[in-house]
Design a protein around this ligand. Structure first.
Ligand code: HEM
Length: 369
């Protein structure tokens, strides 16, 4: 009995030390990349827009001190593309929502990507993904995808090609966070941002070929859109008085009695929408595109949340919460990026041309379109 207890304690300690070590190494690597590369580790290509967000009543939502119906916030949404600087590539798109019209401070930041399934679902699979990304992506992805077929599914589910507008796509937090209602019950939550109104379709959704080959991300050979087409179209649309409309929704599920980690906490496992429907949380309206500089200086941090929307703690690199554990530590990468601007200046805006030296093709590709 005592022997078992000691073994369990040692195993727990080993797992926590392994998580701490992986977090340290990953944070160091991404921070160095952000500092010396003067770039976001991910989603460097993007545009921030501002407007407001209003919490809407949904009788099915347990009363919550932060999400009070009618409460209105100024807000910013940065739409990014991971990770190539080319809007016309087959890439994951994002919507990072700040519950304040501010570069940094806010009561809540939410980070969402297109696709309901991610390419990685814990720290272990994230490290594997990071390694192939550093190797050069493209053909280097294939060995990783063979090893983790779930990553293949997640890649195909998440990439979008040539969407018409940012508010015609659906974005998911993909990871699970906490929701403590006024009733004191701890629930788990997933969020998504959908077009408003939404007919259930998405602009830019991958066709069968793209879905099966999410690592072949280059633009079409005869692509006529330039590298910044979507950001420029958004800026022009808002400049003409247009508005982007979305609905923020939340999916809730009770935490198991014993608090144990269950399989459905994994980002790789979707929750049955019949049993756990997405509930309306807020209407989002954006009416202003921010400058390139302001977009670069707007940053998001998972640790910005009220106590009633906690980020669950992770206990090992295989724990689904380990993804958010890594992301919380990644604030050092953001700090490093912002420091790099102060040291060496703001990087210049991306060129429109695929012949420019900052354009990167998926290897091997000698003759970019
Ligand atoms: C499913 C999991 C994840 C999702 C949905 C996600 C989403 C995002 C999004 C939307 C952005 C763009 C933020 C912006 O617009 O500024 C971003 C950036 C970033 N992410 Fe993730 N991410 C995930 C996992 C991770 C992990 C595991 C790490 C670990 C290191 C990480 C590190 C970063 C970093 C360093 C940035 C750039 C931050 C900056 O320089 O401001 N992400 N992520």
């Amino acid at each position: 009995m005592l022997r078992d207890k000691i073994l369990t304690a040692l195993l727990t300690l080993y797992r926590r030390l392994q998580l701490a070590l992986v977090t340290f190494v990953v944070t160091l690597a991404v921070s160095a990349n952000s500092l010396f590369g003067r770039q976001r580790m991910s989603h460097e290509n993007g545009i921030a827009c501002a407007g407001h967000l209003r919490i809407v009543p949904d009788p099915r939502l347990p009363p919550h001190e932060f999400f009070q119906p009618g409460r209105t916030f100024g807000c910013r949404v940065r739409h990014g593309m991971a990770s190539f600087k080319d809007d016309a590539k087959l890439v994951v798109r994002s919507a990072s929502i700040k519950f304040a019209d501010s570069r940094d401070k806010a009561p809540l930041d939410l980070l969402l990507n297109t696709g309901s399934l991610p390419l990685f679902w814990d720290a272990r699979t994230f490290v594997g993904f990071m390694r192939v990304t550093m190797a050069g992506r493209g053909k280097y992805f294939t060995s990783h995808l063979r090893r983790y077929p779930q990553s293949w599914v997640g890649g195909g589910d998440s990439v979008r090609r040539d969407p018409d507008a940012f508010d015609r796509m659906v974005y998911h937090t993909q990871t699970v966070s906490g929701f403590v209602g006024e009733d004191g019950v701890y629930r788990y939550a997933r969020y998504r941002l959908v077009p408003d109104p939404w007919d259930g379709t998405e602009s830019g959704a991958p066709d069968t070929w793209d879905r099966d080959h999410p690592w072949l991300q280059n633009p079409y050979q005869d692509e006529t859109r330039n590298r910044n087409y979507l950001k420029e179209a958004t800026r022009a649309f808002l400049g003409r008085g247009g508005k982007l409309h979305y609905r923020l929704q939340i999916q809730l599920r009770d935490r198991p009695e014993d608090g144990a980690n269950t399989q459905w906490l994994s980002s790789a496992v979707l929750w049955d929408q019949g049993r756990f429907p997405y509930l309306d949380l807020a209407e989002v309206e954006l009416d202003r595109a921010l400058s390139y500089e302001e977009s670069m200086l707007t940053w998001f941090d998972l640790s910005r949340h009220p106590d009633s929307l906690p980020i669950p703690k992770a206990s090992s690199i295989d724990d689904p919460h380990s993804l958010n554990h890594l992301r919380l530590a990644a604030i050092w990468a953001t700090r490093a990026r912002l420091l790099s601007y102060r040291l060496w200046g703001m990087p210049r805006a991306f060129s429109d041309s695929r012949q420019a030296d900052d354009w990167q093709g998926i290897p091997p590709l000698r003759d970019p379109p």
